[in-house]
Design a protein around this ligand. Structure first.
Ligand code: HEM
Length: 440
């Protein structure tokens, strides 16, 4: 089968037709997300999830309108980030963050490096922007080298698994090089990366809750990651190289007037690994699918390279890698679309639905390379907490497509795709078999 077919039969859930059928979170829900969004927009743009708030006795609410999600993410005072609430609780507990049980390195480092909105901004500007934010173009040569090496491995084959042979290893290679990890450690780093995102893949409900046993297994695995990073931090403190970890061991964090401790460097590295791998993988994978589904698009992009940026942005808008996150709590009573949302409610921000909201986007389900101001999408969220790694992800996507267009004359679905999606909050298939035509 070389055409894309609906894969609803892979899901234990039936495809939603009415509001009462809509369930974004149960097993198999990901096969029906884009059938659920028009129903939610039409009938329940603000949907209550009883009893599933942040604190006992409170509710969750799914927001699917572009205007509501943008309002929330742009105001971290009125809509409190759950990470801040977690850090506040940690600080009030009196336990040293790095010794606190079930607190990962990122959370522990946040308690000292960015416990409030002002330090959050400083952290981003001073510590991550130069490497993975606006400064990410410094990696152009390295990313080009990594992408070309991957393409070399399969350019003479007629068929590939685009995920296993390109979309997954590219961000892995890039982040290992940015941070300064040896490439031979990538399989181990990938295993830790998988453990970090376990709750977003296997967690239950909109709060991504793991069982006690799953949480224990996750922390046990990640102890190994902490030790590994600590070793690297010690090595690089003594003998700095040209990489992000070495730089973090030396830099003066001006907002606090001091250098970072080993634990704090460890926490920043944790954040780079948790954010930097699967997200870009799925952006690339869905973009490849869009090319397969739109005859003539490959050639159009090949001949008009200035359209690549519009294509990657429009591709992410239409098939958002991070579909939704429950990461804000209301600090006062609110009203969204006429629905009363009490103080203390947990908001599930459905970025993917906001990105196809018909009140914001004309013909929202069309791939439109002429769409105006497409980067106002919520793929990376928006406002002061917008994804700190958007810069490097965009550079990776642009370089990847430029090279694929240089070195190929076309891609198409190969036989045997099931298009089964991975469970959890990310939109992405488990495999993507493509036939490829090497450039003449
Ligand atoms: C297509 C790729 C990506 C997508 C769709 C994506 C999406 C997002 C979204 C929606 C958020 C939530 C922001 C909020 O709460 O308002 C976020 C946060 C975050 N992202 Fe990304 N991201 C991507 C790539 C990356 C990369 C490459 C990195 C690291 C190099 C990264 C690191 C992070 C981190 C660390 C956070 C948590 C916020 C923080 O600690 O400051 N992301 N991302």
């Amino acid at each position: 089968m070389s055409e894309k077919t609906p894969n609803h039969e892979l899901s234990p859930m039936k495809c939603p037709v009415h509001l009462e059928d809509v369930d974004l979170f149960s097993p198999g829900a990901q096969e029906h997300w884009y059938e659920a969004y028009p129903i939610l927009h039409r009938e329940a743009p603000v949907l209550r999830i009883p009893g599933e708030g942040f604190a006992p006795g409170t509710d969750g609410f799914i927001l699917t309108k572009y205007e509501d999600i943008s309002r929330v993410v742009k105001d971290p005072v009125r809509f409190l980030p759950t990470l801040n609430l977690g850090i506040q609780a940690l600080l009030e507990s009196g336990v040293t963050p790095e010794d606190a049980p079930r607190v990962n390195a990122m959370m522990a480092s946040m308690a000292t490096l960015r416990p409030n909105n002002e330090l959050y901004r400083a952290h981003r500007q001073e510590l991550t922007d130069p490497w993975v934010g606006p400064g990410a173009s410094r990696h152009t040569e390295m990313i080009t080298r990594c992408a070309n090496r991957l393409i070399d491995n399969w350019i003479d084959k007629g068929q590939i698994d685009f995920i296993a042979e390109f979309a997954r290893p590219l961000p892995q290679l890039v982040m290992a090089n940015v941070l300064g990890f040896p490439e031979e450690d990538i399989p181990q780093l990938a295993e830790w990366g998988t453990a970090q995102v376990a709750s977003f893949v296997h967690g239950k409900g909109h709060r991504n809750i793991l069982t006690e046993e799953e949480t224990r297994a996750q922390f046990e695995l990640l102890d190994g990651f902490k030790e590994y990073v600590n070793e690297k931090v010690l090595e690089k403190r003594k003998d700095p190289q040209d990489d992000m970890i070495s730089w973090l061991t030396q830099v003066e964090y001006q907002a606090l007037g001091r250098k970072l401790t080993d634990m704090e460097v460890n926490g920043v590295v944790y954040a780079m690994i948790i954010g930097g791998l699967e997200t870009t993988q799925y952006a690339l994978e869905e973009q490849a699918q869009l090319i397969c589904e739109h005859p003539g698009l490959f050639q159009d992009l090949k001949n008009n390279r200035d359209k690549i940026r519009q294509f990657t942005e429009e591709g992410m808008r239409l098939r958002s890698p991070t579909q939704g996150l429950s990461t804000r709590v209301t600090s006062q009573d609110e009203v969204f679309q006429g629905v009363e949302v009490p103080k203390g409610s947990l908001l599930h921000l459905r970025f993917a639905a906001g990105n196809v909201d018909p009140e914001e986007w004309e013909c929202p389900y069309d791939l439109d390379l002429g769409r105006k101001a497409v980067t106002r999408h919520l793929v990376f969220s928006a406002g002061p907490r917008v994804c700190p790694g958007a810069g490097i992800s965009r550079v990776e996507q642009t370089i990847a497509w430029n090279l694929l267009l240089d070195r190929l004359d076309g891609i198409a679905y190969a036989p045997g795709n099931t298009f089964e999606h991975q469970p959890g909050i990310m939109l992405g298939t488990l495999a993507l078999k493509l036939t490829i035509t090497k450039a003449a």
